[in-house]
Design a binder for this molecule. Structure first.
Ligand code: XMP
Length: 507
């Protein structure tokens, strides 16, 4: 049976990051609630357990704790932040609010030749984020690191095989943090580290088969990375029993619907494309406010999808491409929670489904992309940029009309083509059709056309972004090609605002 590393969740915000880092190091890693029974943990064949951080104080009433049998399992344990304080408290040490809390990158003095710190220097920068701290380690434990404000930044009891750190090794801002986790997993837990995303795929295939039995699955395919990879994975598990419903609302980019059809044509799934363009356009007639547009598109989408579900989904399971960041965004950890911000959000309660299948739920975006590639999805689909659920409807400012939508599709297509050909890079780029008009001249004719804006940004997480410093040559070429080919556009601008203060989309 596959070895695992269990991450016991004491309420910390980085729990999935610990699990993901462990997976990258090469061990199957699963996040489990703090009170998970020792029997359940034993069944998962753990070679080590990590206690996460958390916002509580060990002295608080109802502070999270774990089954005390866990300490008798005979596998190494590592506590992080609250996890360390919990261990100290549990074994008779002392925890108290420090003189000052430590928040941010902090210099840590590595004091011993602990296996946990093998390969580290005497001084390392690690991320601290705590008010309470261990001020006296329990009997049998030794201090293995300190900071100027923290007398025990790490401790261990080799005999009991328990290790603990006050800092957060799992975050990037802890420079050698990954090395600490790697030492725990490889040197202390002696994990085989033979786990790969291929194991993830095989494991999910088994779970889907067990869950669905001989039933069928319906999935709302948006053409985005997550729902596409979920579709490919489910079709591996239950070939020919997956039905994908793709609602064509007419606001996809040029050629995108055809690309999606073509990406799925060789997979053992049935793809139903519902052409609902006219209905969506009708709904948007006279709507200019962006929030109202979002709501109108969302509502029409739900109606269309619900009708399709009634027709095709009786007794089926509903599949979604929910990934880990969606679970955080919707503030829930409950599998029955329907992904709220995406296309299938807010489905009516009385849907005919037997249950929910979410095979990507514990994964981060880059892991989903890797799985997509392993399942043979084309690279343009896997590396697809984020795209708003209401699509180009919110990139046409003001009322959406056929003329404006077509002009935006064409311009956006030209921009994507010229940027790709130039070799210049941006993490997200698109065109926006503003609602302003401006006089231009084409040949000897006055051209009173729309102002189009190009947007391209550099970003890691899409929460903050800088505008991409595209070359004048590229902007020049793009503007000329757009104005020459898209008649109703008279002028092209480039957005040089970062986020904040702007957002990435224009709405
Ligand atoms: P803003 O405009 O808020 O956008 O800076 C941040 C990122 O989110 C994308 N975005 C969406 N993604 N459904 C999505 O899946 C949506 O409705 C949606 N709206 C915006 C946006 O393209 C950018 O990458």
């Amino acid at each position: 049976m596959q070895q695992s590393l269990i991450v016991l969740d004491f309420g910390g915000q980085y729990k999935e990051l610990i699990a993901r880092t462990a997976r990258e190091i090469g061990i199957l890693s699963l996040v489990k609630p703090a009170r998970t029974s020792v029997a359940e943990i034993r069944d998962l064949n753990p070679v080590g357990i990590i206690f996460t951080g958390g916002p509580h104080s060990v002295y608080e009433e109802g502070a999270p704790d774990c089954d005390s049998e866990i300490f008798s399992l005979g596998v190494p344990i590592m506590g992080i932040c609250y996890g360390m304080q919990y261990i100290a408290h549990r074994f008779g040490g002392k925890v108290a609010a420090g003189k000052v809390g430590e928040y941010g990158e902090t210099e840590v003095n590595i004091q011993s030749h602990s296996k946990l710190f093998e390969g580290l220097s005497d001084k390392e920068t690690m991320l601290m984020s705590h008010t309470d701290a261990v001020i006296k380690v329990p009997e049998g434990f030794v201090v293995t690191a300190t900071t100027s404000d923290c007398p025990a930044a790490a401790m261990e009891n080799k005999e009991k095989n328990i290790y603990a750190v006050q800092f957060h090794p799992e975050v990037k801002r802890s420079k050698q943090g990954v090395k600490v986790l790697e030492n725990f997993i490889k040197l202390i837990c002696r994990a085989k580290c033979d786990y790969s995303l291929d194991d993830y795929i095989q494991n999910q295939i088994k779970i889907i088969r067990d869950e669905v039995g001989d039933g069928k699955v319906l999935l709302g395919l948006s053409g985005g990375v997550d729902s596409s990879v979920a579709a490919a994975l489910i079709s591996r598990a239950i070939p020919d029993r997956l039905l994908c419903v793709y609602v064509d609302h007419g606001f996809m980019r040029k050629n995108e619907t055809e690309e999606i059809k073509s990406a799925f044509k060789d997979l053992p799934i049935k793809l139903v494309v519902i052409d609902a363009k006219d209905k969506f356009m009708k709904r948007l007639k006279g709507v200019t406010d962006p929030e109202k547009k979002r709501k109108a598109v969302g509502k029409e989408f739900i109606n269309t999808f619900a009708r399709a579900a009634k027709k095709y989904g009786k007794g089926a399971y509903l599949a979604q491409g929910t990934i880990y960041p969606d679970v955080i965004e919707s503030g829930a950890n409950n599998s029955a929670n329907i992904k709220s911000h995406h296309n299938v959000g807010g489905l009516p309660k009385n849907m005919p489904f037997k249950g929910l299948v979410e095979p990507l739920k514990g994964l981060f975006k880059d892991e989903v992309r890797k799985i997509g590639a392993m399942l043979g999805l084309p690279s343009n689909l896997i590396s697809r940029q984020p795209f708003p659920g209401p699509g180009l409807a919110i990139r046409v400012i003001g009322e959406v009309t056929e003329e404006k939508l077509t002009a935006l599709k064409e311009s956006d297509f030209i921009f994507r083509k010229t940027l790709a050909a130039s070799g210049e890079k941006a993490d997200q780029y698109f065109a926006v059709l503003t609602d302003s008009k401006s006089v231009g001249v084409i040949g000897d004719y006055r051209n009173y056309g729309y102002v189009l804006c190009l947007r391209a940004v550099i970003t890691d997480d899409f929460m903050t972004a800088e505008y991409a410093p595209l070359s004048y040559k590229l902007l020049d070429k793009t503007a000329a090609e757009i104005v020459n080919n898209v008649r109703c556009i008279s002028r092209v601008c480039y957005d040089v605002t970062g986020k904040p203060p702007a957002t990435i989309e224009w709405e």
